[in-house]
Design a protein around this ligand. Structure first.
Ligand SMILES: [Fe+2]
Length: 412
């Protein structure tokens, strides 16, 4: 109850702050508070609907990171502040499955296959991994508080059909966290494959094309990719530490760093009632930076909607965006890897950005590049204080979003 009261108070404060206050505020509040509180309760209670997260609740929970309000004035020393060399030399970055791990995976896959139920009905207990469990615990720890990158190699995907691969990856995800929907259709296990769609079309998401993608974070605590087939040419995966990028900004243009702790605007392409929503890209909590960045969508929100676009980039913001693009393209910071069939990449979207090069695919439809994707929420707060801070953050995000939507539709 106390947490919900905190949440409501924070939500109301943020709603008031987001350009929604004027002399008619009390009357407007009276008109709008009831449905918004209802929405808040729905989001809170929908969180674990059927053991999966709704896309919106996952998105809001991801952005509702805990924050202590501190804006660092110098570079941070943290395991997540890696360079491409240090990550490659880290013995924990790549983990090759041992024969006994592969044997228990085979056993678990045959077990769930014999259950003859959809993979989304499976639970963690249906897919026992006793030998791998201690390693999985370490992966989660690293994703939470280490480099934020884990690559697992050697999954026997060539032995399994597509249903068996789906059952495997879904069930492994259940051992890691809470899976969530990746689009409005509610897809819980995304398929990354070129459908022939044109990336330039505003409604087409990049993972359904063969185009190069800009650096970005996905909208969940963790993204997991399992490679089933590789392209004929290209498709190299890149990642960069957002903490290292922040540290470099502090060294080169320290006056720009505080801008990251202010509101920016992410293009949601009309999927959440409006074309764009306010976000705060970087927050500090306990000597950690928790970041969100999307090279493309933070720019198109400012330009693509004519007079209804988000406020135009200031010169300082333009400099900041250009500097981030320059840093993420630098091989000193950008870690690159080519997927092999059977590789899994787990990344923390709080400390890592990723992108992908364009690729040329095989002519044979059965040989086309294919990856499965999971979006996972990690529900592992360090203590009650962090738990409360996260939910205050959720209230803040809902307040910001609601304020923006009210501003668009009611003009208050
Ligand atoms: Fe992504």
């Amino acid at each position: 109850m106390a947490i919900r009261t905190f949440l409501l108070a924070e939500f109301l404060m943020e709603l008031k702050d987001w350009r929604a206050v004027n002399i008619y505020w009390p009357a407007q509040m009276f008109k709008t508070a009831a449905p918004l509180v209802l929405l808040l309760c729905c989001l809170y209670n929908l969180r674990y609907l059927n053991g999966h997260n709704h896309m919106l609740t996952q998105f809001v929970y991801y952005l509702g990171r805990p924050s202590d309000g501190y804006i660092p004035t110098e570079p941070l020393n943290h395991p997540a502040a890696w360079t491409s060399t240090s990550l490659r030399e880290d013995p924990e970055t790549f983990f090759t499955l041992l024969p006994e791990h592969i044997d228990e995976m085979r056993l678990a896959v045959s077990r769930v296959r014999n259950m003859s139920v959809p993979y989304t009905s499976l639970t963690k207990d249906d897919f026992p991994l006793p030998l791998l469990s201690p390693y999985i615990t370490q992966w989660i720890k690293n994703l939470n508080s280490g480099t934020g990158v884990r690559v697992i190699r050697g999954v026997p995907v060539k032995e399994w059909n597509q249903d068996e691969i789906s059952m495997f990856f879904w069930s492994l995800g259940l051992h890691m966290g809470i899976p969530g929907a990746q689009n409005r259709a509610g897809d819980l296990l995304g398929t990354i494959q070129d459908t022939g769609a044109d990336h330039r079309s505003p409604k087409v998401r990049g993972y359904l094309t063969n185009s190069k993608l800009g650096f970005h974070c996905d909208l969940a605590d963790i993204v997991g990719l399992l490679c089933v087939k590789t392209a004929k040419q290209g498709g190299t995966s890149h990642m960069v530490s957002t903490v290292t990028i922040f540290n470099e900004i502090m060294k080169r243009r320290p006056e720009l760093a505080p801008l990251l702790f202010q509101e920016h605007y992410v293009d949601v392409k009309g999927s959440l009632l409006v074309n764009w929503l306010p976000v705060i890209p970087v927050q500090h909590y306990k000597n950690k930076l928790l970041t969100f960045w999307h090279t493309d969508l933070l720019r198109t929100s400012r330009t693509d909607y004519g007079p209804k676009s988000a406020p135009t980039l200031t010169q300082a913001e333009q400099d900041l965006y250009d500097l981030i693009d320059e840093l993420t393209a630098d091989p000193a910071y950008r870690f690159s890897m080519d997927f092999r069939p059977g590789d899994i990449q787990f990344l923390s979207n709080h400390v890592v950005m990723h992108d992908r090069e364009a690729f040329v695919d095989h002519d044979d439809p059965n040989e086309k590049r294919k990856l499965y994707r999971l979006w996972l929420t990690l529900d592992e707060p360090e203590d009650v204080y962090e738990y409360v801070q996260r939910w205050i953050g959720v209230g803040r995000v809902i307040g910001m979003f609601s304020g923006r939507i009210l501003n668009e539709y009611l003009g208050i």
